[in-house]
Design a protein around this ligand. Sequence first.
Ligand SMILES: [Zn+2]
Length: 405
Amino acid sequence: MTRRFVLAFTLAALTLGQSPALDAQTDAITIRAPRMIDGRGGERADVMVTVKEGKIRVLGPAAGPATYDLTGLTLLPGFIDTHVHIGWHFDANGRYATGPEPADQAVLYAAENAWVTMMAGFTTIQSVGSPGDKALRDAINRGILPGPRLLSSLGQISNPKLTPNELRGLVRKFKADGADLVKIFASASIRDGGVPTLSQAQLDAVCGEAKAQGLRSMVHAHAPEAMMRAARAGCTVVEHGGLANAEALALLAEKGVWFDPNIGLVTQNYLENRAKFLGIGNYTDEGFASMEKALGLKDAMFSAALKTKNLKMVMGTDAVAGAHGQNMREIIERVKSGQAPMDAIRSLTSLAAESMNLHHEIGAIQPGHNADLVAVEGNPLTDITALQRVRFVMRGGTVYKYEKP
Ligand SMILES: [Zn+2]
């Protein structure tokens, strides 16, 4: 709300030909922290970060008083979740809302999801995606409605009956509509066995056209063959990999394709909220049995992924209805399953930024980057659950949360 007043005041001051509000807006903010994790694998004690006009300007040793003294906290770059469904919610009857519902109601649920996600420290998220994401994304970008920076595919490409030419046309349509990336289903859901649904020629067409249009391509794939087709097609990132084997993981690494395993939140959330989904679409008793089975396979799949040389792993949760704001459970589970805390934190910050081609703006604490900063209580390198104790959230230089420990 602060920013709204600043903007209103700025407009008033401009009208009067004065500039006190402009000065207020451009004043530097200093943040002092006893510990900093920079997002790129570095750690530093006693730092002072100077923020001005929404950017990090100076990173230096702690000296003198600061606007925000984060004693007891660890400062990190704002967190990034590369795979959410920001509009998914439960309706007034506590059931998964599959619509149709009034558009104004739908977008307000999405705005609530965006808010709780940012309060959990996530200053950038990627929704993959629905047409309704666009209004929310553009509203947040106007700078009044608080929320994480939002990117969206604005929909999904899943129809296996389309020819390569028709698929290319669809990619161009998403580009024209303003999508930030394309989301493709190359296998069935794990509830339906995860088998490949798109041919090599179809995936070549979609990911090739996406590249030609300057869009990234995200591929939902469970079966190893579906993962390998995505890798051969030069798609940007493969999601899930519930049935992955060593051969498929090695091919992703060889082709430089990112992998997002989603082991810690999405399936657990479905099982915890079973009654709210059961009976809708493929959320059947058989579907839930498949998910329970898949949950058992995920840790083994993740261990194999950790052992795969040069495999680039990125943070994404696949957060659906009920899961928004709990995104960090994914990282907690990855560390419990054997990933080094610093590697998990890199996947949550600089690597996530790199996978979205935003690494020059976000994902690290360094001068020139957006002032997206989070502080947590404790030291996540020794206790990863500290990442769930978010006490400070700044996005683009505006502080949205500050609770002294
Ligand atoms: Zn998803």
